[in-house]
Design a protein around this ligand. Structure first.
Ligand SMILES: [Ca+2]
Length: 307
C-alpha cells in the first residue's frame, strides 16, 4: 500500500517532529491491500491529507470499465471507506490528482483517453471529497487530435487553480512539453492553456509534471530525458528537474536535481512531492524552504551520489 509506505518513509526522512504525524493519527504499519475486491489494475495513486486530518486516496481502476477514477478515505489509517466511483464515461480515465483548497473544497483532475495517445484533461470538484457528480465534470482542454495526459493540479496563493500536463502532439518541436491551464477565482472556464513558459527543453522530452503548493510558493518537479525513447519509463536514463513560482505561470530557472547517468528517475518525482504536500498541508507560509530542503535530502538518501 503506497500511502502508508510513503507517509512512513517521509516522516522518517526529515527527522523533524513537526514534519511527522504530529496529531498521532497515523502510524507506520505493515503493508495491506487498499484496493480489495478488484480483479484488475489499480494504479496512479494521489494521496491527500485533508484539512480535517483524514487521508484521501484517489486512483485509477479498470474494475468497472476501460478505466475510471475512484476515491477512498480513512480517519485513522486502519478502516477505509468504500471506494467511490468518480467517473462513468466509456473512455479510459487515468492519473487522478486530488487537492483541497483553503475553503475546504476538493479539486480533482485526471486525463481521459478515447484511443491510445488521444484525449483530454478533465476536472471536477466536491464539497466533501467523497461525493462526486459525473454530470458536473468539465473538459479542461480541447483540440481534435491531442494527447493531453498525466495532469497535476495545484491552487495558487491567489486562489487560482492550475493544472499542469504533458503533451507530445501540441508542440511543434517534436518533443514532449509541459503545458498549463488556469482557472482564476470567479471564472467559470479554464483559460490560458499553453506551454509552461521557461521550463521546457527544445531538444529533450519534458514529462510527468507534479506540482504542489508549499506555503505561498508553487513547487513543480518533472522528468527530462533525451529522444532515444519518447516515454520516460522506457528511456534508459532520465533526470528530475525542479522549479518554483508564486503564481504558477512565471517560474524560477529549472534546477536539475538528479545527475546520475543511466538510471530512470521518473518514477519517483511525483510520489516524493506527494509526500511533501501531505506533510505541509494546512501549514502556514514559511514552511516552503524547509520542505524544499527535506525534499532534496530525501532524494539524496534515495539515490546516493546524486547532487
Ligand atoms: Ca471511464
Amino acid at each position: 500500500m503506497r500511502a502508508a509506505f510513503f507517509l512512513a518513509s517521509a516522516a522518517g526522512c526529515t527527522g523533524d517532529p513537526a514534519d511527522s504525524d504530529s496529531d498521532g493519527r497515523f502510524k507506520p504499519a505493515d503493508a495491506a491491500i487498499l484496493t480489495t475486491a478488484s480483479p484488475g489494475k489499480d494504479e496512479d495513486t494521489s494521496v491527500l491529507r485533508a484539512r480535517d486530518g483524514s487521508l484521501y486516496v484517489a486512483w485509477f481502476s479498470d474494475r468497472t470499465a476501460s478505466g475510471d477514477i475512484y476515491v477512498t478515505r480513512t480517519e485513522r489509517g486502519a478502516a477505509w471507506s468504500s471506494a467511490v466511483r468518480v467517473t462513468t464515461d466509456a473512455g479510459g480515465d487515468f492519473n487522478p490528482s486530488l487537492i483541497q483548497d483553503a475553503a475546504g473544497v476538493f479539486h480533482l483532475t485526471w486525463f481521459r483517453w478515447t484511443a491510445p495517445f488521444r484525449g483530454h484533461i478533465y476536472y471536477n470538484q466536491s464539497s466533501d471529497g467523497h461525493t462526486w457528480d459525473p454530470t458536473a465534470e468539465v473538459r479542461v482542454t480541447s483540440g481534435e487530435d491531442v494527447d493531453d495526459w498525466v495532469p497535476s493540479i495545484v491552487d495558487a496563493a491567489d486562489g487560482s487553480l492550475l493544472i499542469y500536463f504533458a503533451s507530445a502532439k501540441r508542440p511543434t518541436s517534436g518533443v514532449t512539453d509541459l503545458y498549463v491551464a488556469r482557472r482564476k477565482p470567479g471564472d467559470a472556464a479554464w483559460s490560458e492553456i499553453g506551454p509552461v513558459v521557461g521550463l521546457n527543453s527544445a531538444v529533450e522530452h519534458d514529462h510527468l509534471p507534479f506540482a504542489a503548493r508549499i506555503g505561498s510558493q508553487i513547487a513543480i518537479t518533472w522528468v527530462r530525458h533525451d529522444q532515444s525513447e519518447a516515454l520516460p519509463w522506457l528511456n534508459r536514463k532520465s533526470n528530475v528537474f525542479y522549479a518554483s513560482s508564486s503564481d504558477g505561470l512565471t517560474w524560477s530557472s529549472p534546477v536539475q536535481v538528479t545527475w546520475r547517468m543511466g538510471q530512470r528517475a521518473g518514477g519517483i518525482t511525483g510520489y516524493h512531492l506527494s509526500i511533501l504536500r501531505a506533510l505541509t498541508a494546512g501549514r502556514a507560509s514559511g514552511a516552503y524552504g524547509a520542505a524544499r530542503s527535506a525534499l532534496i535530502e530525501f532524494w539524496r538518501r534515495t539515490e546516493p551520489g546524486d547532487a
